[in-house]
Design a protein around this ligand. Structure first.
Ligand code: 6PG
Length: 223
C-alpha cells in the first residue's frame, strides 16, 4: 500500500482522473465494461465534479457503491444522492448502469438483493474508497465482525447513520485497483499509523489496511 501526497486537492483530483481513465479504457478494451466502486462521504465531491467533465465511454461504465447509508432512497444523506448531484447529472451514464443500494426497510433482504444485483459486474475494476478518522473504509468499521457476503448489512456503525449496507472485505479485496482518497491532517495520522502497523506486521489492522487490491493499492492524500 503506497502513500502518494499531493500539494492540493486539484492536483490530487487530476491524478485520480488520469488513473481512473486509464483503468477504465483497459477494462473496456478487455471486457466491454468498467466496474467502478464509488466512495461516499464529502471528500470525493470535487473529484466527481471534475471527472464528469472528461471525455469517457460513459455508456459502458457500471457504477456500484462501496457502501450506502441505510435510509429511504430520497434521503439527502444517502451517498447515491451526492453522486447524482456531483457526478451523474453531468454525464451520459445510463441510469440502468447506476446501481444504487435498495431500501425497503428490510436491510438483510436489501443487502442480499444488492449482492445479486451486482454479482455479474464483479470483480471490481477500480474501487475508490474513503478513510475515516477511526480507520474505517466503506462501512467496514473497527471491531465489527467480518461478514462472508458480496454486500452485507452493518449495524451500530459509529459514524451515523448506525445502519448501513457495505461491500464486504472480500469483494473489495478482489478489486483490481484500489485508491483511497483522503484529505486533512486528521486523516494523515490515521494513515501513518496504519502504514506503520502494516510495516510492523501487526495482525490487528484498521479496516482500510485490511482492504488491499489485487494489483494496485494507493492512498491519494492532500492536506
Ligand atoms: C460514508 C462513507 C465513509 C467515508 C469516510 C470518509 O458513508 O460516510 O462511505 O466510508 O468514505 O467516512 O468520509 P469523508 O470523505 O467525508 O471524510
Amino acid at each position: 500500500m503506497k502513500l502518494i501526497s499531493f500539494a492540493n486537492l486539484d492536483a490530487l483530483n487530476a491524478a485520480l482522473i488520469e488513473r481512473v481513465s486509464i483503468t477504465a479504457k483497459q477494462a473496456l478494451a478487455r471486457k466491454g465494461f468498467f466496474t467502478f466502486v464509488l466512495a461516499g462521504g464529502n471528500t470525493p465531491k470535487g473529484f466527481y465534479q471534475a471527472l464528469a467533465q472528461t471525455p469517457q465511454d460513459w455508456q459502458n461504465w457500471q457504477l456500484i457503491y462501496g457502501d450506502e447509508r441505510y435510509l429511504p432512497l430520497n434521503a439527502t444523506e444517502r451517498n447515491h444522492q451526492m453522486v447524482l448531484e456531483t457526478f451523474l447529472a453531468n454525464t451520459t451514464i445510463p441510469a440502468k448502469n447506476h446501481h444504487i443500494v435498495p431500501f425497503t426497510g428490510h436491510i438483510e433482504a436489501d443487502a442480499t438483493r444488492y449482492s445479486e444485483q451486482i454479482t455479474a459486474l464483479l470483480p471490481v475494476d477500480f474501487a475508490l474508497l474513503g478513510i475515516g478518522e477511526d480507520g474505517h473504509t466503506a462501512s467496514l468499521f473497527p471491531k465489527h465482525t467480518e461478514v462472508n457476503a458480496i454486500a452485507h448489512a452493518v449495524y451500530q456503525a459509529p459514524k451515523p447513520p448506525a445502519t448501513r449496507i457495505s461491500l464486504s472485505y472480500t469483494t473489495l479485496q478482489q478489486s483490481q485497483t484500489l485508491v483511497y482518497l483522503s484529505k486533512g491532517k486528521d486523516k494523515l495520522s490515521v494513515i501513518q499509523q496504519g502504514l506503520a502497523d502494516l510495516a510492523q506486521g501487526k495482525t490487528d489492522l484498521m479496516p482500510f489496511c485490511r482492504v488491499q487490491a489485487q494489483n494496485v493499492t494507493e492512498i491519494f492524500y492532500t492536506e
